[in-house]
Design a protein around this ligand. Structure first.
Ligand code: EPU
Length: 432
């Protein structure tokens, strides 16, 4: 297994480039299955999750040419003949469940494994399934698999309201609806940038979707979709993570620059909270510059759906709060127990206490390097951020979680001046 060794204390400076978004690349890949001819997508990150989803798609008989070094993927589903997604892959990555809408939309039938729980809680998919039923699919559960069938002649289409709003259920509904026989409507749809970019690809392919970026999406089914070439957007969560890194580990007043960045995708709440900390934030159309302040102010946040504060930046914000001189709280309203990083951060001296869906963080304590364990993607990166400002060395174990969603994190941080390296280790070896 791999671990990252971070030696704290080096100030970050210079510039780096943000990769393509993981959470939009996955639905873009699912959308590509709906065309009868090849779809090419650029600005695809080189990540484990993209490899996993490529394998899920390839198992259907679709040809997938993923070139991570070129950051492109070409998906040709003209020979798709097996509308299934097996447990062995779906359990590794929940977004594989997008195959339900994509296969049902294209083939009128799908057999897709239920994903099960995730590291921090149950994460249900009931809304995905009820959305398919509202579109006219017959759903059965069989030995851990969802079996979906459209009536003869194809899915009729239908109307559904999400409660709560869900990124994944919005994407699955649209995937199934774009080739339905008639029109469909989704209420309380997600308006996250990932959903907007996904709809833009489908529109370019010839889908009839209106209300994109609003809470009500209407889809008029079309017979087929066309081959296109499309560019994915930059990763907003990677950008937010690096902005936090610059705020806590940058040199006072010296900007750290991030290229290929869409600051508007971060949402108002994050930008507002970030400015409140005293860190300077200067954004252009496709870059962001951040300068660390002399002293960071503690700013409490509540996570929320877009444009609220992203839950995917909550663990990283905990580290920022630990680097302030004050006290503040984080309230998690999306995933009430997404706090697996807290016990690990406490091992490094971070004084944070979880009560219900809140974590109270006391800043100003000494942060010390330690051996800590990754538990999920965003938890892992929060440990690396803590390592940047810790005394001595931090060893972040099980970084395979981090490799799911951060392309070349150690390379990018090294370019910015951090002392960080990757090495292999034996998890079961006795201490020397
Ligand atoms: N929900 C239900 N039933 C459902 C689906 C969702 O009750 O059928 C609830 C969830 O339990 C949650 C809320 O709805 O309370 C919102 O969850 P959502 O469905 O929007 O999340 P998701 O689509 O499963 C995506 C991202 C997550 C990110 C969330 C929230 C991808 C592949 N995943 O998940 O990203 O945290 O939206 O923004 O896009 C990550 O990248 O680390 C990550 C976990």
């Amino acid at each position: 297994m791999d671990r990252l060794i971070v030696k704290g204390g080096n100030p970050l400076r210079g510039s780096t480039t943000i990769s393509g978004s993981k959470n939009s690349a996955l639905p873009l890949m699912a959308a590509a299955i709906l065309a009868d001819s090849p779809v090419t997508i650029n600005n695809i990150p080189a990540l484990r999750d993209i490899h996993t989803f490529s394998r899920v798609i390839a198992l259907t008989g679709t040809r997938v040419d993923y070139a991570p070094d070129e950051h492109t993927i070409r998906i040709d589903s003209s020979n798709l003949n097996r509308p299934e997604a097996p447990y062995e892959l779906v359990k590794r990555m929940r977004a594989s469940f997008y195959m339900l809408g994509a296969l049902l939309g294209r083939e009128g039938r799908a057999r897709v494994s239920l994903p099960g729980g995730c590291a921090w809680g149950p994460r249900p998919v009931d809304l995905h399934i009820r959305g398919m039923e509202a579109l006219g699919a017959k759903i059965e559960l069989d030995q851990g698999y969802v079996i979906a069938n459209a009536p003869a002649g194809g899915l009729p289409g239908g109307s559904f309201d999400l409660s709560p709003s869900s990124v994944g259920a919005t994407i699955n509904f649209i995937l199934a609806a774009v080739r339905a026989r008639r029109s469909s409507r989704l209420g309380n749809a997600a308006i996250e940038p990932d959903v907007v970019v996904f709809c833009e690809l489908l529109q370019k392919m010839g889908a009839q979707i209106s209300g994109v970026g609003t809470r009500t999406i209407e889809v008029q089914g079309v017979d087929g979709l066309n081959a296109v070439s499309f560019s994915n957007c930059p990763d907003r969560i990677e950008l937010g993570t690096f902005m936090i890194a610059a705020a806590i580990a940058g040199e006072t007043g010296v900007p750290v620059r991030f290229e290929n960045a869409y600051p508007e995708h971060l949402g108002k709440a994050f930008v507002h909270a970030f400015n409140e900390t005293g860190a300077s934030f200067n954004a252009g159309d496709d870059f962001v510059e951040v300068s660390a302040p002399g002293t960071l102010r503690a700013v409490s946040i509540d996570t929320g759906i877009y444009p609220g504060f992203p839950t995917d930046l909550q663990a990283q914000w905990t580290v920022l709060l630990a680097a302030t001189e004050g006290n503040a709280k984080i309230r998690e309203t999306i995933y009430h127990d997404r706090f697996k990083h807290i016990p690990e951060l406490r091992r490094m001296g971070v004084n944070a206490i979880v009560v219900g869906n809140e974590v109270a963080v006391e800043g100003g304590n000494r942060i010390q390097g330690a051996q800590v364990m990754s538990t999920d993607l965003r938890a892992s990166v929060s440990l690396v951020l803590a390592g940047l400002i810790a005394e001595n060395e931090t060893s972040v174990l099980r970084v395979y979680h981090l490799d799911r969603g951060y392309e070349n994190l150690e390379g990018k941080l090294s370019d910015l001046g951090a002392d960080i390296r990757r090495e292999q280790y034996d998890e079961w070896a006795d201490p020397e």
